[in-house]
Design a protein around this ligand. Structure first.
Ligand SMILES: [Zn+2]
Ligand SMILES: [Zn+2]
Length: 297
């Protein structure tokens, strides 16, 4: 069955903008489109405000990635990759029914989602709060650092997530509880929570990660887009063709994250299950099959 695997195009789609702008010979290479003075900037000596090109391209990278993965997901959901059949839902009760356009609108318009993320990115960039390396356009995507950022981000997010659950009932109520109203989430619930939840679980880890791994602008873009899109994908109501492969490596899948939404005290990690394995909080989705979860998710 090759057809369902075509949905794996979501992974390169997330990286469309940084790949198109850094691959040598690409007609969209940044040196072909932009004049040097639009992006040449040294935060250690230049006293003026940072140039907004890097920020704008970063926002564009996430936006293009989101549009492309939502299109592929729509095709997947409506059976274009599965011979007209609805894909296998994670939970035995089936996927929650909803109108696709409502899902897209809710997903994009949450104030605690992309709106808050935009404010954070714009504020830290223009306020010169990012480490100097982030303002550099030199070199392409540094893949080892992209991976380093994803791991650091997920590790800190794991710690913050556990804190939100355990620090105090009142803190949980105002921060993370709103996201837990979904016990059988759909892809579009990824950023549906509260402002405090986004600050604790996404923005604080992002700021810490930026200070741990010093990237250039392309690496930051690739990491940011992969992170936002992967967080979206793990909320999918359906299993993806690559999930069994991901389980082998301990990469986060929708079923892993559904375990957290359905049972609360397992699988606090998002992109990787490694921190749960270390912290003894990991439960494989097969543990809940066939009663609550479908087999092979
Ligand atoms: Zn979630
Ligand atoms: Zn939680």
């Amino acid at each position: 069955m090759i057809l369902p695997w075509m949905s794996a195009i979501v992974w390169p789609c997330m990286l469309a903008v940084p790949l198109a702008m850094t691959t040598p010979g690409s007609p969209l290479h940044y040196s072909e489109i932009f004049q040097k003075r639009w992006y040449e900037y040294d935060p250690s000596t230049d006293d003026v405000m940072p140039k907004p090109l890097g920020l704008s391209l970063g926002l564009l990278a996430v936006a293009v990635g989101q549009v492309l993965i939502l299109c592929v997901f729509g095709g997947f959901k409506f059976g274009y990759f599965t011979m007209g059949q609805e894909p296998l839902s994670i939970q035995t009760k089936g996927a929650r029914p909803y109108v696709f356009s409502e899902g897209v609108m809710t997903h994009l318009a949450q104030p605690e989602g992309f709106v808050l993320l935009f404010l954070y990115l714009a504020g830290t960039w223009m306020g010169k709060l990012m480490p100097d390396s982030y303002y550099s356009f030199e070199g392409g995507i540094e893949w080892v650092k992209v991976f380093g950022c994803l791991v650091a981000q997920d590790g800190i997010q794991y710690a913050m997530h556990r804190l939100e659950h355990d620090a105090s009932p009142a803190f949980y109520k105002y921060s993370h509880k709103p996201h837990h109203k979904f016990t059988n989430p759909r892809l579009f619930d990824a950023f549906n929570g509260s402002i405090l939840d986004t600050i604790c679980m996404i923005l604080i880890p992002l700021y810490a990660t930026a200070n741990i791994v010093h990237c250039n602008v392309w690496t930051y873009m690739a990491f940011g887009s992969m992170y936002a899109n992967w967080l979206t994908l793990i909320h999918s109501e359906y299993t993806f063709p690559w999930d069994n492969l991901f389980h082998i490596f301990g990469f986060g899948t929708p079923a892993d994250h559904h375990v957290h939404h359905a049972f609360f005290k397992y699988n606090y990690g998002h992109l990787f299950m490694w921190f749960d394995q270390l912290g003894n909080t990991y439960k494989h989705p097969s543990h809940f099959a066939p009663k609550a979860f479908n087999r092979n998710v």
